[in-house]
Structure formats: structure tokens, C-alpha cells
Design a protein around this ligand. Structure first.
Ligand code: CP
Length: 303
């Protein structure tokens, strides 16, 4: 039984499959106008230290569709900004709310929030991982490919947040994973330690074509998170060989699908041609954030 949703490393395969099946059911109910107000009267607090389009809107809309209410709490408008401790913030907010979602830079801040909270905590993305994104990614893979077993996914680019969750989630549900990352931009050590036990099902390489070879789904993410990043130009140079383009797709299996967590910088991590050719997969993945997160909220906050 999950108490929080912080890292896929802490979530069992059975719980991941249960969340995916529930997300499928909630997606069906929403598409067929079947009422599913299963969190009637419940309130989710959404604490954001960073900007967001998809996470904010999909959580807020999802909570509304479940009959509950979502509060947008920008960290800069809370006393957190003036130095109130996260431990006191957690103990205060959990007296009012039924659950909290937080997007922050440092994963240990999320762990601290969870440690002091009386109510479930959901990770809305940290520097370490983005489990809600990857739950939606898995839902999308299953929709397009109807299975996980026997499939190979390939991630190219920066081995940070999304990559960390993707490697863990994909291995847990039975897929092969190859990740191509430049030196010094590899996935987190906790993820590599976990992946080591999967032996032949996991490959970490610096060679994007080797990672893409025989793959069924290709993933990427942006190369820098802010246009104000002082390392932006350096990162562009380092990551240039890691672009998702026609050459990379040529190494994959016929019928390869492409996913991107968005936002996208077309012409950088993915060409406009590949992005538009695979827009169906990419925007289904975006929509699936809504359904996957509704499943997480229902399991954590439902009666
Ligand atoms: N993919 C994702 O988390 O998008 P946002 O940053 O817009 O929330």
C-alpha cells in the first residue's frame, strides 16, 4: 500500500501496474462522460518552487474531475520564501489538506515534506526524478504498443530527472532500456545501482546510435531547464550529438514511437520533422499526465 508517490524506486511493479490499470479506467470514464467524483470534498495543495504548464494544469484539472479542489501554492507566496522551515510548513499544511504535490529542485526537500506530513505527498518533479511523468509515459507506451514485455526503450540526452524515473519504471515493468548520455551527465548513482541487477536488460552508453539500435520507443528531454542557464551554450555543444533525428530513428525498429515529456526545444534535442511526425504519441503522452495523476491521487487520497 503506497503512502506517498516520491520515487519509482519505492513503488512495486504491482503498484505501478495497478496505477496504470486505474488510469486506463479513469481515462475511459472521462472520455465517456461517466461521473467519477471519487475525491468529493478532498483538497490537494500544489506547492511549486519552479514553473510548470503540464504538471500544474493536469493536477488541478484532475482534482476537479475527481470532485475535489486543488490549491495552487507558489512557494514565493508562502512563508517558505521568508524562511519558514519545510518541517513546519508540512505540519501546518497537512492540518488543512488531504494531500500535497510539490515541484522543487532538491529532492531532499520533498523527502523532508513527506517526513513531517500527516497527508500523502506526490512528487511533481525534483532534480532527482519525475515519477508522474513516467507513469504517463508507461501508459502511453502500453496504449501504442499493447505490451511492455520484449520491448526496448531508448533514452538519449541528459541523465537527470525524467531519465532516472524512466530507467527505473521501464525496467520494473519488464522492458529493456538503453540510455545514451554524455560523460558527467549520466543517471543518478541510485538508479545505476538499481539497473545493475537487470544485467542484459540495461545499457548505459555514450553512443546514441548504439542505444537506439533495435529500439521500439525513443525518449528525450530538454538540454537545459532555463533560458537563463549560464551553461546553455556549453550544454548545446555537449548534447548536439544526442539529438533525436532521422539518423537516430533509422537505427530503431520499424514502427518506432517517439515520446518527449515537453516542453520541447525543436532543432535542439529533437528535430521539428521528427517532433511533428510523432506529435500523436507526444501529445497523447501529455494528456496521459492527467489520467495517470488522477490514479495516483485516488490511490493515495481515496477512502
Ligand atoms: N513535463 C512536465 O513536467 O511539464 P511542465 O514542466 O510544464 O509541468
Amino acid at each position: 500500500m503506497m503512502k506517498n508517490f516520491l520515487r519509482l524506486l519505492d513503488v512495486s511493479k504491482d503498484d505501478i501496474m495497478d496505477l496504470l490499470n486505474l488510469a486506463d479506467q479513469l481515462k475511459y470514464e472521462q472520455k465517456h462522460n461517466i461521473p467519477h467524483k471519487k475525491l468529493d470534498g478532498k483538497t490537494l495543495g500544489m506547492i511549486f518552487r519552479k514553473e510548470s504548464t503540464r504538471t500544474r494544469v493536469s493536477f488541478e484539472t484532475g482534482m476537479y474531475q475527481l470532485g475535489g479542489h486543488a490549491l495552487f501554492l507558489s512557494a514565493k507566496d508562502l512563508q517558505l520564501e521568508k524562511g519558514e522551515l519545510i518541517s513546519d510548513t508540512a505540519r501546518t499544511l497537512s492540518r488543512y489538506l488531504d494531500g500535497m504535490m510539490m515541484r522543487t529542485n532538491e529532492h531532499r526537500e520533498l523527502d523532508l515534506l513527506a517526513g513531517y506530513s500527516r497527508v500523502p505527498i506526490i512528487n511533481g518533479m525534483t532534480d532527482l526524478c519525475h515519477p508522474c511523468q513516467v507513469l504517463a509515459d508507461l501508459l502511453t507506451i502500453r496504449e501504442f504498443k499493447q505490451q511492455f514485455e520484449g520491448l526496448k526503450i531508448c533514452y538519449v540526452g541528459d541523465g537527470r530527472s525524467v531519465a532516472n524515473s524512466l530507467i527505473v519504471g521501464a525496467l520494473k515493468v519488464g522492458m529493456k532500456v538503453a540510455a545514451a548520455c554524455p560523460e558527467k551527465y549520466e543517471p543518478d548513482i541510485t538508479v545505476l545501482d538499481f539497473a545493475e541487477s537487470f544485467k542484459d536488460n540495461f545499457l548505459l552508453t555514450k553512443d546514441p546510435l548504439k542505444a537506439a539500435d533495435g529500439s521500439d520507443v525513443i525518449f528525450t528531454d530538454i538540454w537545459y531547464t532555463s533560458s537563463a542557464d549560464p551553461d546553455r551554450e556549453l550544454r548545446r555543444q555537449i548534447f548536439r550529438p544526442y539529438q533525436v533525428n532521422d539518423d537516430l530513428l533509422a537505427a530503431a525498429n520499424p514502427g518506432v514511437t517517439v515520446q518527449h515529456c515537453l516542453p520541447a526545444h525543436k532543432g535542439e534535442e529533437i528535430t521539428e520533422k521528427v517532433f511533428e511526425a510523432h506529435a500523436d504519441e507526444i501529445f497523447e503522452e501529455t494528456e496521459n499526465r492527467l489520467h495517470a495523476q488522477k490514479a495516483v491521487m485516488l490511490r493515495l487520497m481515496g477512502d
